[in-house]
Design a protein around this ligand. Structure first.
Ligand SMILES: *Cc1c(COP(=O)(O)O)cnc(C)c1O
Length: 430
């Protein structure tokens, strides 16, 4: 029952003549799943409607920010109010103070925070801070973790331990990539080796404390604690990139969930409530290295934008209500166990990884604990699953190596309908 998506097709034809690949962010082009991207027109709660009028239960959630669902009335009302008062001043406003307070209250490791406009900006600024504060140049990143399109972080992992980085994209100078060391995810021994070899020159280790960008991969027991201990011992800073996990896996992010504190935390997605926001923060003495308190420069014409602050404030306010994460946990757990059971009954090997409301159904047999085990997935089968679900009115991420996001707007009935559809699709593609 493929849907007629004529208008989407027409728009994509035009878009391809006007934008590289027809999109403003690569994965939207559906290259990983085949077919044509669906152009969206509207969203309300857990549902989106495309330009041809088809409705979908949405698990993309704009790639994570929409933890309250689409067009939440409180967020929309705040945006309308703020828009009438003026959209940007280039001067401080009270809403920046308010959002900064909400962030510092949720994260004990953050005493001061700087707002930026995207997750990419947050991680690149965090790296500059780490390098400036330590006087060291090398950074360590983990294979399969994504931190935005920062030159230093677009480094493909070489094989083996502590491989000196080679650029993962044309346009990244070899000299820049050479400052990035890589290690496998969830391997404390490999971290020990990298730091044993280069420790006195390493400014920081940056990682996703729950990986979400190779599909969802939780940290192994004790891994984050080991990362904390090793970096401390070598005088390097630990950066938790919580752009996806902050206010998502818990109010205080993965740090709260696993009881390990970072030196610098990067945030984005949920804290902007669907508007462009990023942030980085840490202890006051560290953050005071940033201009104008200190001499490490970082700035932004639209940073702390009133509309973005307002959407963030409303969103974080709702997330902080009692019972918010308990409800999200219930629907998310039901979705995960329903998908697992459906796959088992269809005789298709699927491993479902879930942390809170982030989950990935990997089409593979062995546990997914790092990048190579994620890459063992049958991406062709995922593509067929994705297409089957889309045609039944369920919008998942157009790639195996991404998360599904459950929002507070998803009901048990939505979840059950999703699992029922998944049963049909899995039987078809078995
Ligand atoms: C999405 C994401 C980023 C990049 O954020 P943008 O707003 O897309 O620049 C960085 N780190 C993590 C962990 C992310 O999930």
């Amino acid at each position: 029952m493929p849907k007629d998506r004529r208008r989407s097709r027409e728009l994509f034809d035009q878009a391809r003549g006007l934008m590289p690949g027809g999109v403003n962010s690569p994965v939207r082009a559906f290259a990983a799943v085949g077919g044509q991207p669906v152009f969206m027109a509207r969203g309300q709660g857990a549902r989106v409607t495309d330009v041809d009028g088809h409705e979908y239960v949405d698990y993309l959630g704009s790639w994570g920010p929409l933890i309250l669902g689409h067009a939440h009335p409180a967020v929309v009302a705040a945006l309308e109010r703020v828009a009438r008062e003026g959209t940007s001043f280039g001067a401080p406003t009270s809403r920046e103070v308010e959002l900064a307070r909400l962030v510092t209250q949720a994260f004990p490791s953050i005493q001061k925070v700087r707002m930026v406009n995207s997750g990419t900006e947050a991680t690149l600024s965090a790296l500059r801070l780490a390098r400036g504060a330590t006087g060291r140049d090398l950074i360590v990143k983990l294979e399969g973790c994504y931190h935005g399109h920062v030159d230093s972080l677009l480094v493909k992992a070489g094989s083996g331990l502590a491989t000196l980085g080679i650029p993962g994209s044309p346009g990244v100078p070899a000299a820049v990539a050479a400052q990035t060391l890589t290690a496998p995810y969830n391997d404390a021994g490999a971290l020990e080796e990298v730091f044993a070899r280069h420790g006195s020159s390493i400014a920081c280790l940056i990682l996703e404390p729950v990986a979400g960008n190779m599909g969802v991969v939780p940290p192994a027991a004790g891994y984050l604690r080991a990362a904390r201990e090793i970096t401390q011992r070598h005088g390097a800073l630990l950066i938790f990139d919580e752009v996806m996990t902050g206010f998502r896996v818990a109010r205080g992010g993965a740090q709260q969930l696993y009881g390990v504190q970072a030196d610098i935390t990067t945030l984005g997605k949920v804290i902007g409530g669907g508007l462009p926001v990023g942030a980085y923060g840490g202890p006051a003495d560290l953050m005071d290295h940033i201009a104008p308190s200190g001499d490490i420069y970082q700035a932004g014409t639209l940073s702390g934008n009133p509309l973005a602050m307002a959407a963030g404030i409303e969103t974080l306010g709702h997330v902080s209500r009692p019972g918010f994460f308990e409800q999200l946990e219930e629907t998310s757990a039901r979705l995960a166990s329903g998908l697992s059971a459906a796959a088992r009954d269809a005789g298709i090997p699927v491993v479902v990884n879930r942390v809170g409301s982030m989950l990935t159904a990997f089409f593979t047999t062995a546990p997914v604990t790092n990048f190579p085990s994620a890459l063992a997935s049958d991406t062709k089968r995922y593509a067929r699953f994705f297409t089957g679900m889309l045609d039944r009115g369920f919008n998942l991420a157009p790639s195996q190596y991404e998360a599904m996001f459950v929002s507070a707007a998803h009901t048990m009935a939505d979840v059950d309908a999703t699992v029922t559809a998944a049963r049909d699709v899995l039987r078809e593609i078995g």
